[in-house]
Design a protein around this ligand. Structure first.
Ligand code: SAH
Length: 390
């Protein structure tokens, strides 16, 4: 087996359990490696660190799968890990729909599995994980007897690993337009053409967090996608709800979702650019009791963090200006690299520019079926703030 020797001055990060090894941390690779295969990692003085997969083309050259010297990486390993991930989801109360496997947080770096009822959507985001796709599919089949499995590997990050972007069935073909239940509502999910894996499960609990503040409120939601927050608001007693998203397909689905839940007279959607629309509403002196913002990730690279911060400030400033005194801002950020403190500071700056004060109602992360491993900063990616705007 190929072995990787680390430099003598490795950072405590690896020692403390972080599964990534950067090429700059490697002293020597013993043996030929094509990429993707399982290798062993040793410290400079030959102490076993772990076993994982290698990709010499990637900046993250190794991702560790185990730290146990006697644990082999085979089909059984993946079966056990996926079974454990499922046991954990059941234990914390996420059964019908959940992120069944959340990469590093389930000790399976590069693997995402979303469970939608009995349908499964998988992403293998690294070469070394992609090679185990057959074992992963078999494990899902064995544990769940699924109604269908779909691959949503149409993501640019795969190209950094030398992998093609692709999507398709990993089981017998099935109707990829499904319906899921969430907080007592129904949502249509398009597993094949929806964004990401089809539906944003990470906001599951946060959608419930708007319950009381939307009662009798005029609500504006921007970046609605298929209308999940907006339909929750209508369901929880809002007087009127308007949702905005730039994607025509998302808006068509949002309208369909509103109708399915008999909330289509209350809940209206427009396919528009939210940045422009919020500006226009400000000009028209429109005011809302609740403004909800859930933009896409503004950057995936460190160089652009400042741009992302500017984006968050801009959109939140525009949102805050539309909120009546004593109304509420509901704002999210899924940009991994914008850490919670930076996000809060950005919202504070927006409030300051708008000459408004914020009283925090809740500040939380993603739903617990997307576990956060302490010290593994990229597992704690979602920021969700509800604040009263005074
Ligand atoms: N709130 C949604 C998820 C939103 S994802 C939910 O809980 O399901 C972010 C959304 O922002 C995507 O649907 C994307 O189409 C939309 N979007 C991106 N840029 C936009 C823009 N400039 N104006 C409006 N919507 C935009």
């Amino acid at each position: 087996m190929v072995s990787v020797l680390l430099k003598s001055n490795i950072r405590s990060r690896i020692r403390d359990g972080h599964p990534w090894i950067f090429s700059s941390e490697v002293e020597l690779i013993r043996g030929d490696c094509a990429g993707g295969e399982i290798i062993e990692v040793y410290t400079h003085n030959k102490k076993f660190v772990g076993r994982g997969y290698i990709n010499p083309k990637s900046q993250i050259i190794v991702r560790l799968l185990t730290r146990e010297e006697n644990e082999t990486i085979d089909d059984g390993f993946f079966f056990n890990k996926i079974r454990k991930a499922w046991e954990y989801r059941k234990k914390i109360g996420y059964t019908e729909n959940c992120r069944l496997v959340f990469g590093e947080a389930d000790f399976l770096p590069g693997l995402i599995i979303d469970k939608f009822n009995n349908y499964f959507v998988i992403q293998t985001l690294a070469l070394g994980m992609d090679l185990w796709k057959p074992a992963i599919v078999n494990a899902i089949k064995e544990i769940f007897s699924p109604s269908g499995i779909y691959e949503r590997n149409d993501v640019p990050v795969r190209e950094l690993e030398g992998l093609p972007q692709q999507k398709g069935f990993l089981s017998d073909p099935f109707d990829t337009n499904i319906v899921i239940h969430e907080n007592g509502l129904q949502f249509h999910v398009d597993l094949e053409n929806g964004q990401k894996t089809g539906y944003f499960l990470d906001q599951h609990d946060n959608r419930r967090a708007v319950r009381h503040i939307v009662e009798n409120a005029d609500v504006l939601g921007a970046f609605s996608y298929t209308g999940s927050f907006e339909i929750h608001a209508a369901h929880y007693g809002a007087k009127s709800v308007k949702g905005l998203d730039v994607s025509e397909a998302a808006i068509a689905m949002a309208r369909k979702n509103a109708k399915t839940n008999n909330l289509d007279t209350l809940c209206k959607f427009d396919a528009v650019n939210a940045f422009d629309m919020l500006k226009q509403f400000e000009k028209e002196k429109m005011r809302y009791d609740v403004v909800m913002l859930d933009p896409p990730a503004f950057t995936k690279s460190r160089e652009n963090i400042q741009n992302a911060v500017r984006g968050y400030k801009e959109i939140n400033l525009r949102g805050i200006k539309l909120i009546k005194k004593g109304g509420f801002l509901v704002t999210s950020s899924c940009t991994n690299l914008v850490q919670p403190d930076l996000f809060l500071e950005t919202i504070d700056m927006a409030a300051k520019d708008a000459k408004r004060k914020l009283r925090q109602v809740v500040f939380q992360s993603q739903s617990p079926d997307h576990p956060v491993i302490r010290k593994l900063e990229n597992t704690n990616y979602l920021k969700f703030l509800v604040a009263e705007v005074l």
